[in-house]
Ligand binder design. Structure first.
Ligand SMILES: [Zn+2]
Length: 298
C-alpha cells in the first residue's frame, strides 16, 4: 500500500479517515442527545401523569405524541444532514493528473480477464433517494451483483469493491481495482434531479487525453439502449462539475474505467424501467464487457 501511494494520495486518505472519524463522532453525539431527549420527554410525561392522575383525556394524549414526534423529526433531520454530507463525497472529483501505476500482487487471475465492479455508496451513505423511498445504494448493489453473476458464468474473474450494504471509502474503490490488477473498472450508480423532469442513462469516463475507456463505455451504452432506456444520454468525460475533473473512480484507476448512471431515481419512468429491466441491464453490461475483452491483450 505504502509503495504506490504518492504523498498527495496519502494526505487525501488521511483526510478521509479524519472525516469518517468526525462523522462517527457526530452520529454518536446525535444518539446521545436523542437518548437524553427521550429520557427527558418520558420524565416530563411521568411527572405530568403523577400530577394529573391516570385519567388523561384525548387532548393530552395528542399533545404528548406531538412532543415525541418533534424529537423524532429532529433526529431524522440530523441524520439527513450527515447523509447529505456523504452524498457530496460521491460527487467528489480529482484534478486530472497522471493515473497511478504498479502493484497487482493480490489477485491471481489464472490468466482470466479481471473486472472490478464498484456498486456506489453503501452503509450510512445511501446515495440518491428515490421518489418511491428506495435508496440508490441498494439499486447499485442489486445490479452489480447480477453483472458479477453473468461475468462469472462466462469465466471472468470479478472483484467487488463491496458485496453487501457497507460503507467503502471513496479512495479505496479505485485502489481495490488497482491492487487487483483489474483489466477494467465498472462503477454502478443511479442519478437524481431535484426538478424531476430529467431522465435517461449516461456513462462517465476520464477526461484525460490518453484515456482508453471510450470504447467499452460506448459498447455498454449501445447494449443498454437495445434493452430499453428512457434516453441515451451518451458517454461523457470528466464530471458534472467540470470536464477537467474526473470522478475519483475514473481519475485514480490505472485501467479503463466507466462510471454508469443507471437512470434518475427522481423519474418514475426510469424507476419503472430499472425494476423491469434489471436482469436485461445486467446482461447488457456483462455482454459489452465480454465483447470488449476480446479486443484487449491481457
Ligand atoms: Zn451515486
Amino acid at each position: 500500500m505504502e509503495n504506490f501511494l504518492d504523498e498527495r494520495e496519502k494526505q487525501r486518505r488521511m483526510a478521509n479517515r479524519r472525516r469518517l472519524k468526525k462523522r462517527a463522532e457526530k452520529l454518536r453525539k446525535i444518539k446521545i442527545y436523542t437518548c437524553m431527549g427521550a429520557v427527558g420527554v418520558i420524565g416530563i410525561a411521568l411527572i405530568a401523569w403523577c400530577v394529573t392522575g391516570n385519567n388523561s383525556d384525548d387532548e393530552k394524549k395528542a399533545g404528548g405524541n406531538n412532543t415525541v414526534m418533534v424529537g423524532a423529526d429532529a433526529t431524522l433531520n440530523s441524520y439527513n444532514e450527515v447523509e447529505n454530507t456523504e452524498k457530496d463525497t460521491e460527487k467528489d472529483t480529482e484534478e486530472t493528473t497522471e493515473k497511478q501505476y504498479g502493484y497487482g500482487d493480490e489477485v491471481y487471475s489464472d490468466g482470466k480477464f479481471v473486472v472490478c465492479i464498484d456498486p456506489g455508496h453503501g452503509g450510512n451513505d445511501v446515495g440518491c433517494e428515490g421518489i418511491d423511498g428506495s435508496y440508490e445504494s441498494d439499486d447499485d448493489l442489486a445490479l452489480a451483483l447480477l453483472v458479477k453473476q453473468h461475468l462469472e458464468e462466462a469465466d471472468v474473474k470479478v472483484i467487488m469493491t463491496r458485496s453487501v450494504d457497507e460503507w467503502v471509502d471513496l479512495a479505496d474503490r479505485p485502489y481495490i481495482a488497482n491492487k487487483s490488477n483489474a483489466d477494467l473498472l465498472v462503477s454502478i450508480h443511479r442519478n437524481s434531479n431535484e426538478e424531476g423532469a430529467v431522465n435517461g442513462v449516461e456513462a462517465w469516463i476520464s477526461g484525460k487525453e490518453n484515456d482508453n475507456s471510450y470504447e467499452i463505455a460506448k459498447l455498454i451504452m449501445n447494449n443498454l439502449d437495445r434493452v430499453g432506456i428512457s434516453r441515451n444520454r451518451g458517454v461523457r468525460s470528466g464530471s458534472m462539475t467540470s470536464e477537467d475533473k474526473d470522478y475519483v473512480v475514473n481519475g485514480k484507476s490505472c485501467m479503463p474505467s466507466v462510471l454508469l448512471e443507471m437512470g434518475f431515481m427522481s423519474s418514475p419512468t426510469d424507476n419503472r424501467l430499472f425494476k423491469q429491466n434489471l436482469e436485461g441491464y445486467a446482461k447488457a453490461i456483462a455482454e459489452a464487457v465480454l465483447q470488449w475483452s476480446e479486443t484487449q491483450p491481457y
